[in-house]
Design a protein around this ligand. Structure first.
Ligand code: NCD
Length: 304
């Protein structure tokens, strides 16, 4: 039985296979409509979510399976003081696969150690978010046609943004990847990611506070929201929240085939005027989230 807690648990071949299957599903969804008949997905969300939870549910329903779960900790036995281990032991008796989001780093890993069924990490605190990364990778593959030789800029909250940490790990395995980190000083990429991912794999990277200066070299621009819920005080959040606002004007010097990604939700960091730019890929990215999760659920359940 296999869970998915960290994106690096999947080999690059497995990622290519998932991208392949997702692309086939997009072309012919009807062929997959009964692949998970009789299977149940449980979504255990101890933290708010729109896209991730609903895309998991939509994925399972689109495969013919069923879903159950909760969308806030206050409506589960966690409110009575139950441990994650006990909750997951219980829910794994009611389901065939579990998607879990939790504010504590490592909670889905603990869950996977006590579960009778596969557990998928749907985001753990400021740590990791592997299924968003699969969504991002599918989007990059559709937009660019390959994963090699890409200069990827990450802009915004690189400290708390778990999607950033997971995507940097994933991209570090491809030949020719260059990383450009754009953030205010207070929201720089954690040093453990720099050391364990970028330095360890000899990935060329630069850090700056100036988005416009680095814009011309980017193939992918990954914008992120400042993660309000991870701040210790509101004042710091208010000071930093509008550090970067992408507008059509700031894209003046960007490549013509730049792809702009964002895991969403967007707050202020991309002006709505950018939405009609053909380089804005973030709503195509949302759609991809459903299909790559269909491919992943089938894989973890051992369904061809
Ligand atoms: C992201 C998350 O939850 O980390 N959203 C998502 O899963 N699509 C990004 C965010 O909340 O800013």
């Amino acid at each position: 039985m296999r869970s998915l807690i960290d994106i690096l648990e999947l080999s690059t071949e497995e990622i290519n296979d998932l991208v392949d299957v997702a692309t086939k599903i997009i072309a012919d969804p009807a062929a997959y409509a009964h692949k998970c008949d009789g299977k149940i997905l449980a979504t255990l969300f101890f933290e708010p979510s729109t896209r991730t939870r609903l895309s998991f549910e939509s994925a399972m329903l689109s495969l013919g399976g069923q879903v159950l779960g909760f969308s806030e900790a206050s409506s589960s036995s966690a409110a009575k003081g139950e441990s994650v281990a006990d909750t997951v032991r219980t829910v794994s008796c009611y389901s065939d696969i579990i998607a879990m989001r939790h504010p504590k780093e490592g909670a889905p890993l603990v869950a996977s150690q006590h579960s009778l069924v596969p557990v998928i990490n749907a985001g753990d605190g400021g740590h990791n978010h592997p299924t968003q990364t699969l969504t991002d990778l599918l989007t990059i593959h559709h937009e660019k046609g390959h994963f090699e030789d890409l200069t990827v800029g990450f802009c915004g909250d690189l400290k708390f943004g778990r999607t950033v940490h997971s995507l940097i790990s994933a991209m570090s395995r491809y030949k020719g990847t260059k990383i450009v980190l754009v953030s205010p000083d207070e929201l720089k990429l954690p040093s453990y990611v720099k050391k364990e991912v970028l330095k360890k794999n000899d990935i060329p990277y630069e850090q700056t506070t100036d988005l416009e200066e680095v814009m011309p070299k980017l193939d992918i621009l990954y914008m992120t929201r400042v993660q309000r819920e991870r701040f210790f005080n509101e004042e710091d959040y208010l000071r930093l929240k509008d550090s970067y606002i992408l507008t059509p004007d700031k894209l003046r010097n960007a490549k013509e085939d730049l792809s702009i990604l964002h895991p969403l939700p967007r707050v202020n960091e991309i002006s709505v005027a950018v939405d009609k730019d053909p380089r804005a890929a973030y709503f195509r990215q949302v759609r991809n989230g459903r299909y790559i999760r269909m491919a992943l659920i089938m894989k973890l359940l051992g369904i061809e």
